[in-house]
Design a protein around this ligand. Structure first.
Ligand code: FES
Length: 130
């Protein structure tokens, strides 16, 4: 059994956190602090939420699958050919699907919403957000 330990950010005086809302698809919504330059997958993990992300962000495992609401998709950079190839391997993936390890927080993404998909949830992990 894997345990995801929450990691607290230590903000500097001039550092501001962005808003990121993460849904686990079961009604649970979480808002991990989101600093510019961090990958969405890293933020989800650092907050202690049970995302698999088995390759650690190398874009080879497809286990960091999230869906992004339409309002946010236009603000995201388009997926790379590498990301598209991995998304094609996920049954049921569609235009709303992204790999969260390929999404990097920027000021323009303040307020971003993502939903971790069931295929990427680590249901055996004990976890505690926060
Ligand atoms: S963590 Fe493996 S593809 Fe994103």
């Amino acid at each position: 059994m894997q345990q995801n330990a929450p990691v607290a950010f230590e903000a500097g005086d001039d550092e501001q956190f962005l808003t990121l809302t993460v849904s686990l698809g079961d009604g649970g919504h979480f808002a991990p602090p989101a600093a510019v330059g961090f990958r969405v997958m890293e933020l989800i993990r650092m907050f202690g939420l049970p995302i698999k992300a088995e390759c650690g962000g190398a874009c080879v495992c497809s286990t960091c699958h999230v869906r992004v609401p339409e309002a946010w998709r236009a603000l995201l950079p388009p997926p790379s050919a590498e990301e598209l190839a991995k998304l094609d391997e996920i049954p049921g993936a569609d235009d709303t699907s992204r790999l969260s390890c390929q999404l990097i927080m920027t000021d323009a993404l303040d307020g971003l919403e993502v939903e971790v998909q069931p295929d990427s949830l680590n249901r055996e992990a004990s976890w505690a957000a926060g």
